[in-house]
Design a protein around this ligand. Sequence first.
Ligand SMILES: Cc1cc2nc3c(=O)[nH]c(=O)nc-3n(C[C@H](O)[C@H](O)[C@H](O)COP(=O)(O)OP(=O)(O)OC[C@H]3O[C@@H](n4cnc5c(N)ncnc54)[C@H](O)[C@@H]3O)c2cc1C
Length: 259
Amino acid sequence: SASLAAKEQGLKYITIEQEESLGGAIFKYPRNKVAMTQPVHLPIVGLVEMYDISKEELIGFWLRIMQEQVIPVRFNERMETISKTEHGYAVKTSKSTYETSNILLAIGRQGTPRKLNVPGEDQAKVIYRLIDPEQFRGNHVLVVGGGDSAIEAAITISEQIGSIVTLSYRSEAFGRIKPKNREKLEVAITNQKLRVELQSNVKEILPESVKLELATKEIIEIPNESVIICAGGVLPTPMLKEIGVMVETHYGTKPAAVR
Ligand SMILES: Cc1cc2nc3c(=O)[nH]c(=O)nc-3n(C[C@H](O)[C@H](O)[C@H](O)COP(=O)(O)OP(=O)(O)OC[C@H]3O[C@@H](n4cnc5c(N)ncnc54)[C@H](O)[C@@H]3O)c2cc1C
């Protein structure tokens, strides 16, 4: 959207993206995940109304626009530092250095996945994003986190034949999650499709099990073949501060309990 706006304004610009595709957070969504969108006005393109659309369709839509409008995105190029120069800024990337008078940061809030820092986290069975829920058919899976990604991961895996899913969240209630996800979660809990442990903490990840501390402080060990950690991301705050961007953190209001 920002690149389209730059083109519409007749600016001389380039767009850099550290991944190999457009899509941002959506590029990292699970396969076939439905993105819930709202009508949006895109520069040059106009009003886009899509509502519920699969990840693949949404990325296909953007790629089409990029080709039609000849948007020059430099993929696989990461912005590393920004420094002030006499006439503007120097942007150092993994491939080059650009001189520019203005920079628009549209780097999202994903950052680098936040780790739990517990023993055993370095095993291959521990992942930080869900791509293909089907691979967890028949598995004991632990999902950790309390946001939309954790809830969507837990629900989609619980729908796979033979899967046994535990969702562990350290707080006492789920926060600002989408109403549809809250509804689906309640249905899954009622139908005993997944087990939710609020106020719980992962203590250790073993090759065939995980140790979980429950709200009662009891430590249980449950069978486990995969752990999916959706605990948010660590933002590049130090780099942003260094270049003079102020970062403010806003915390949501206390949510109602789901159980
Ligand atoms: C699992 C999940 C489900 C979601 N479901 C929905 C949904 O159904 N509907 C909805 O509206 N929203 C949903 N969201 C939220 C939505 O994905 C975000 O609001 C949206 O992607 C934000 O867009 P953005 O362009 O600001 O940031 P992002 O999508 O995060 O894009 C930022 C881009 O910047 C790139 N980047 C970052 N740092 C650098 C760097 N240093 N150099 C170069 N490139 C860099 C990243 O690779 C990325 O491509 C969901 C989010 C998650 C995680």
